[in-house]
Write a protein of this length. Structure first.
Length: 434
């Protein structure tokens, strides 16, 4: 009853529009302090002290330092002119295919995903440049916004990925292995989104095409060389075991500052405090959610929530693949109504306990969970990538969401492939860390 009441209050407060951190934390704190929930031998002051300790323990982690650092690196790269360089280089590679600029947007999203780790940052950084350019080439604004949103969702699949950092922190699964597991899945998503963009553009006559030019590719590569160096340094350092994830995030910040200020010279010193402030506000929001969720998940564990879930699944007597599909379907629903970080923080401690019943490796499950919730970024009512692209394009949410449905469809297909073709996720981590 306690667990059911806890989740019931959570979804009620979310429906009423309360900030997600408070919707998570207040029911847990309120129930903990309610007489009768714990034995009378546990006094209220002791529970209050436990709550404070849990709040601090929730964010007391060296790994979590990577969250604000990757956000700051992405914000600096966005302001430092990196977005346009990546788009120009991507356009030189694929601008000759039907829907060339739409495909270039998705390719640039894949490059930018290797810098920021945040889907919202990727969408904002590229959308401000690509959406007006696509509209000038004859793409409908809603379709342009949908392409940018789809490309932005790749930002949490291709490493570095802030949701993967959170999953690794919650489960003690190697974050580097999670990063390696997301690379091929992210490439699959990018290719699938490009196929959709090409098919729709060819069928409806959207956009223009330019002949392929090796000279143009070379010129664009020289211009974007410093920007392309960021994901190489970050991922190479992590996957090569040279630096930890947090150290790589700090390295990304210094590299971004160097490129933006010394190479491109597009970021004046006077703007830096504002960029840091905005990035830290967003990071603090995530860390506050993590702190509150620590209290929530502790109470769920104390009331044997994971054991109850295991018993319920065992009662269904499903095959491992059936359990996996059931969990994936549930996560799709959750991803539609809850922000990604909050979903991970609430559900990972519960679902990680049943990975043996799903017959999946913990690394595979971590990547699948992040990919699943990334699909929710393209669906209303809380799809963050949709909201960002709508804000840039000025198009209504409903129109952009409808234009994004073909991308959601292929994303679900890619998710199914990732579920049942395990080498897609596990081959690269096994090769690197054999």
């Amino acid at each position: 009853m306690t667990v059911a009441l806890l989740f019931g209050l959570l979804f009620l407060l979310i429906a009423l529009g309360m900030p997600i951190a408070l919707a998570i934390g207040l029911p847990a704190i309120g129930i903990m302090l309610t007489p009768g929930v714990f034995p009378a031998t546990v006094p209220i002051p002791a529970l209050g002290q436990t709550i404070i300790q849990l709040l601090f323990a929730g964010v007391d982690s060296f790994d979590l330092l990577a969250v604000p650092l990757f956000m700051l690196a992405g914000a600096i790269m966005e302001r430092g002119g990196i977005s346009r360089q990546l788009i120009d280089f991507s356009d030189s590679l694929v601008g000759w295919v039907p829907g060339g600029l739409a495909c270039a947007c998705i390719v640039a999203s894949m490059f930018f995903a290797g810098i920021s780790g945040s889907a919202a940052a990727d969408t904002a950084a590229l959308g401000a440049v690509v959406i007006p350019a696509m509209v000038r080439q004859g793409y409908p604004p809603a379709f342009a916004a949908a392409v940018v949103a789809a490309g932005g969702s790749i930002g949490v699949v291709i490493p570095p990925s802030i949701p993967m950092v959170i999953f690794g922190f919650l489960t003690n699964v190697s974050i580097a292995r999670l990063f390696a597991g997301g690379i091929l899945v992210g490439i699959l998503f990018g290719l699938a989104f490009m196929a959709v963009a090409m098919g729709i553009s060819w069928k409806r006559g959207y956009g223009g095409r330019r002949p392929f030019s090796a000279a143009r590719v070379g010129a664009a590569l020289r211009e974007a060389a410093w920007a392309l160096g960021a994901p190489v340094i970050v991922l190479g350092g992590i996957l090569g075991g040279i630096v930890t994830v947090t150290e790589a995030a700090a390295l990304a910040v210094f590299y971004a500052l160097f490129v933006a200020m010394a190479v491109n010279r597009s970021l004046p010193w006077r703007e830096l405090p504002g960029i840091i402030s905005r990035a830290m506000v967003v990071a603090a929001t995530i860390l506050f959610i993590i702190a509150m969720a620590k209290v929530f998940t502790w109470l769920v564990a104390m009331k044997q929530g994971p054991q109850l879930l295991q018993a319920a699944i065992q009662a269904l007597d499903l095959a491992p693949w059936g359990v996996l599909l059931l969990v994936m379907a549930g996560l799709l629903v959750v991803g539609c109504v809850m922000e990604t970080a909050a979903s991970l923080i609430l559900l990972v401690p519960v679902l990680a306990a049943i990975t043996p019943q799903m017959g999946v490796d913990p690394v595979q499950f971590g990547v699948l969970m992040v990919v699943n919730l990334a699909v929710g970024m393209l669906t209303p009512p809380v799809g963050i990538c949709l909201f960002v692209s709508c804000g840039i394009s000025g198009e209504p949410l409903g129109r952009v969401a409808w234009a994004a449905m073909p991308f959601v469809g292929v994303a679900l297909l890619c998710l199914l492939i990732s579920c049942f073709w395990t080498p897609l996720i596990l081959w690269l981590p096994g090769l690197i860390y054999a």
